[in-house]
Design a protein around this ligand. Structure first.
Ligand SMILES: Nc1ncnc2c1ncn2[C@@H]1O[C@H](COP(=O)(O)OP(=O)(O)OP(=O)(O)O)[C@@H](O)[C@H]1O
Ligand SMILES: [Mg+2]
Length: 240
């Protein structure tokens, strides 16, 4: 089943094209990493996929529907949070917000149970009664990830999910994403994402170059870092 399909997509905020002729598709439960330079258009592409921005040309389908029609099936972790972190709101309440849907203004027992399970799954249930303003950057990031998972999304989109996280936490988050079997699109500047079991890699710099994920078959218990990756790929070039 096709989960994501983008054809001949173009986008500009003002006069200059930010994205040009983007084409790719993902099957159900595939995992795509998006890499590329600052200002390349990665966050813009995610916002288009979420239906927050409308492309100037081209077509996008998420499980056969437009992004706006299907926004409710997406769990999203933004690069920069836009809600005020000074509010005296607890971690549990922020995670519960992920269960809100259009036309639904209260939470039931199932919502609360799911929020509790998700906090346990991410091993942050000890933080549930803390105020979000009192957390560290990495802890906040995990709370936002919990909020994106709690709605049981069919598509998970994350923009730099490991950027504020310590190395142990980064590994935990990447493990979690790898094992969370839904369709996943994850933007990262951390090259270690390429060592993961990704199906596709999009390098986005106005245009997109799509690579199949390298099937490296790295044994889970073996050390394999960027240094070895570069060595492994020494003579390979994608031609860009
Ligand atoms: N709201 C906006 N209005 C006008 N231009 C914008 C707006 N948001 C982003 N841009 C421009 O669009 C381009 C792509 O920005 P975008 O945030 O998508 O890049 P990115 O690949 O996510 O970068 P980074 O790695 O730094 O997060 C940049 O040149 C940026 O200045
Ligand atoms: Mg960005």
């Amino acid at each position: 089943m096709t989960a994501v399909e983008i054809k001949n997509l173009y986008f500009k905020y003002d006069k200059e094209w930010i994205l040009e002729d983007i084409n790719f598709s993902l099957k159900d439960k595939e995992f795509m990493a998006i890499i590329g330079p600052n200002g390349g258009g990665k966050t813009t592409l995610l916002k288009i996929l979420l239906g927050f921005l409308t492309p100037n040309k081209g077509e996008i389908k998420l499980y056969g529907k437009t992004p706006k029609e299907n926004r409710k099936i997406i769990g999203y972790v933004p690069q920069h949070t836009n809600f005020s972190l000074d509010l005296p709101i607890t971690v549990f309440d922020i995670v519960l917000q992920g269960r809100l849907k259009k036309g639904k203004f209260f939470y039931n027992q199932k919502d609360k149970q799911k929020a509790k399970e998700t906090l346990e799954y991410l091993k942050i249930d000890n933080l549930q009664n803390k105020k979000i303003k009192d957390l560290s950057g990495g802890q906040r990031q995990k709370v936002l990830i919990a909020r994106s998972l709690v709605s049981e999304p069919k598509i998970l989109m994350m923009d730099e999910p490991t950027s504020a996280i310590d190395p142990t936490g980064q590994k935990e988050i990447l493990d979690l994403i790898e094992n969370f079997e839904v369709t996943r699109i994850v933007v990262s500047h951390d090259i270690k994402i390429l060592l993961r079991d990704v199906d596709k890699i999009a390098y986005i710099h106005k245009k997109a170059v799509i690579h199949e994920g390298p099937k490296l078959n790295i044994p889970k218990d073996r050390h394999f870092c960027e240094v070895e990756l570069i060595d492994f790929l020494k003579d390979e070039s994608c031609g860009i």
